[in-house]
Design a protein. Sequence first.
Length: 638
Amino acid sequence: MSCQEPAESTGATLTSQARIALIGSPNAGKTTLFNQLTGLRAKTGNYPGVTVSRRTGAASVGGKTVTIEDLPGTYSLSPVSPDEQVVADVLNGQLVEAEPPDAAIVVMDATTVERSLILVGQVLDLGLPTIVVVTMVDELADRGGFIDKAALQSILGVPVIEVVGTKGIGVDDVRGLLADPTAWPRPVITPPADPAGQAAWIDSVLESVLHQPPAGHKKTAAIDRALLHPVLGVVIFFLVMLTFFQVIFTVAKPLQDWISGLFDDAGTWVEENIAWEPLASLISDGILGGVGTVLQFLPQILLLFLMISFLENVGYMSRAALVMDRAMGKIGLEGRCFVSLLSSYACAVPGIMSTRTIPSSRDRIATMMVAPLMTCSARIPVYTLFIAAFVPATMVWGPIGLQGLVLFGLYLLGTLSALVIAGILKRTKLRSDKLPFYMEMPPYRMPGARLVLTQCWDSCKYFLRKAGTIILGTSILLWILLHIPVVTPPPELNEQQATSYQLQHSVAGSVGRAVEPVFAPLGFNWEINVALIASMSAREVFVSTLGQITAAQSDDDSDITTSLQNDTNPDGTPVYSPGTVAAILVFFVFALQCMSTIAVMRRETNSRRWPLFAFCYMFALAWVGGFIANTVVTAMTS
């Protein structure tokens, strides 16, 4: 088998929007190549009729614009999960206008040639113009392996290009071929389609091109003996998570204070330079006091995304999933479910969407039902605000502080609750047989700074976009509702008392007082109730709402932390007693206060019943948990 002359055009005219599918297994370097080719000019959407996401980017080549479609990672074209089914359907022209792509780029990991050739052979059998891109060749060389690229190209009959995506090596060679896929060489004979013939074909290819198989990575094996140990691996996982939360508090605090100071100064400037008091109040208390209060927690969220991205790219997250597969098995789920739950630490929306990789539909639903219990980044402003304000910054043991331990405890409570509830669902409504679990253990790789920072920035952009849209809009609406009085304050009140009275008896305040019978057992007053109701749009709005209320009620320039500490009820008791603070934190562990999550859950399950069930059971858990926390902590501190 050898390369032949470029195939003649079959009559299809290559347009300026030629569509090329990018295919590869997970961890093969597909996304890195996609980013290099498109310059991160990516668009994300969904395939028509299905909920598996698609990512497309534009590459400019020789005056033409080529669309590259990054398909979900797959090991073969014999699908076992929804996202793998989409890959097969796209390549066969059963999705996206019922037309197959004009060409395909198959990414093959040089360190796993035997496994990668399964996908290569299946794609070649489709008859599409194809390029094979061999990645990780530098890692293969470091491990003593060698691939004969010329021999591989001759056998496959298609262009073969070696690429080191993190360094940009070989990317220009790939880009140079994109302009005219009709000119790419085609195989004289495609690989056999039947499994027995395909296995023989793979053996013959390996014998011809893999002159020296890669030796086992000694460092990887040594580390894995510890990280994958059934006991030590679990201990290391919890230590990693504990370090994770200690860093969030200690490293981000100076930058948080700096951002907070900027917004305080901006608010002061507005009050001093805008003569019309309503407008000054709207900007100072409503916008800067609302959105600014949330944005000061950007350093913590940035650190969260940075550490998650690093752990994913260095290869640790797949180990954590394998370690937790043992625990997941006891509740009827598998390691792939835990991967989705880990993704929910950043945001429940992508975590729920990532359940598409789970073959069992019942496992997918069970995972979706508990994914919101994993502590997402939207809870960080709430947790950080109340922990910083009411938990002493004391060291418990060495570098381990009490504040970090409390934050770790909240994350742990959410995670354990998710596992328990998933176990209940799997033993009742969603009972099913457990499927075999397999997950590739990639060698440990030190990710490039650009890759980690890019992924981190992409995640932070979502937070900033939310701050500039949902949180901003809600803050303005709340300012209006907080300043529409229902009754006139008594004349004997001083200015500050009159302001507090007006807020309490405003439209928003009246709603907060109306639901007090529901939340009074948790120790919540009208301000907290207003913030809880507002946070249905986004959890961060809880903090921005409290920022508005405290800014309006305060007669000085105190920050929100100090204002919360000094806030009192009409009888002089603190609004935020230890029991109330504990109830707020526990309530946010359980409550499903995110419309985006509910909407995605509705779309992914194609049902209203499951999102309604999730909202109701989580609200019940939040109320009961908050009541218990308030009762116990109040008894302990009284």
